[in-house]
Design a protein around this ligand. Structure first.
Ligand code: NJP
Length: 233
């Protein structure tokens, strides 16, 4: 409640679910993605909570965009309590067939962008000695699988970033959490949703739980897996 959050990758899937969950709890949320129409559609669907949602079109791989969104959010709300680095892309192919551009996009969106957005928000959070950075990582950041070399490498990198940052900012009483879902029912990676998968709302619920924990508590890494197939949920 009364928190101010920035959520990247807010136009659909897990990011949109996090926006819906946060604004329902009374938070003010700046949602970032490239698809302005999808962000507007999300705002329209929020009903009376729409006034607590600020859509912002940006490419998360731009350092300038990260700085601008952080500055605008501070000008508007005076503080940022939570950054959710959620935007992500997946390209799945064996190493000998994975296009260089696909590798580069995964590194830029899944790994470099969380660095850029964390770096943009950290001076404010460190000065305030309050704040929480939540990385939407993946079980792919804890294991490997065929066709997942680039995606797993980007998420393993993200886990290393989260782990290091958690240690660095602990003296400032800041929290860093990596949420690692298994398959989630979205259109991630251009694939149709799988039967055996979590729902975006499940991940959003965990993000809320992690963010709402008492300040003395840090959730470091949270691993989530589906327990039963979707049609039995
Ligand atoms: O994916 P999807 P999810 N600049 O494709 C945005 C992780 N995860 O919700 O720009 C700005 O529905 C894109 O917006 P747009 C996964 O690695 C998932 O499933 O408008 N935004 C959209 O809002 C990722 O980190 C599964 O195209 C950019 C969002 O990202 C996170 O969950 C399993 C952008 C992607 O929405 C959300 O994935 C798992 C850019 N350059 C981890 N590029 C799963 N679904 O199974 C993309 O373990 N976006």
């Amino acid at each position: 409640q009364d928190k101010v959050a920035i959520v990247t990758g807010a136009s659909r899937g897990i990011g949109a679910a996090i926006v819906r969950t946060f604004v329902a709890e009374g938070a003010q949320v700046v949602g970032v993605a490239r698809s302005g129409d999808a962000l507007e559609a999300l705002r329209a669907a929020l009903g009376e909570a729409a006034s607590r949602f600020v859509p912002r079109v940006a490419d998360v791989t731009s350092a300038a965009a990260a700085r601008d969104v952080v500055r605008e959010t501070l000008e508007r709300f005076g503080r940022i309590d939570i950054l959710v680095n959620n935007a992500g892309v997946g390209h799945f192919a064996p190493v000998h067939e994975l296009p260089e551009a696909a590798w580069d996009e995964m590194m830029a969106v899944n790994l470099k962008a969380p660095f850029l957005w964390s770096q943009a928000v950290l001076p404010h959070m460190m000065e305030r000695r309050d704040g929480h950075i939540i990385m939407i990582s993946s079980v792919a950041g804890t294991t490997t699988f065929v066709n997942g070399a680039g995606y797993c490498a980007s998420k393993w990198g993200l886990m290393a970033l989260a782990d290091t940052l958690r240690q660095e900012v602990r003296p400032y009483e800041l929290r860093v959490t990596a949420v690692c879902p298994g398959s989630v029912q979205t259109h991630f990676g251009g694939t149709p949703p799988r039967d055996y998968a979590l729902r975006p709302e499940d991940v959003a619920h965990t993000v809320l739980e992690v963010a709402a924990a008492p300040r003395r508590v840090i959730y470091g890494t949270v691993i989530m897996r589906p327990l039963v197939p979707a049609d039995q949920q």
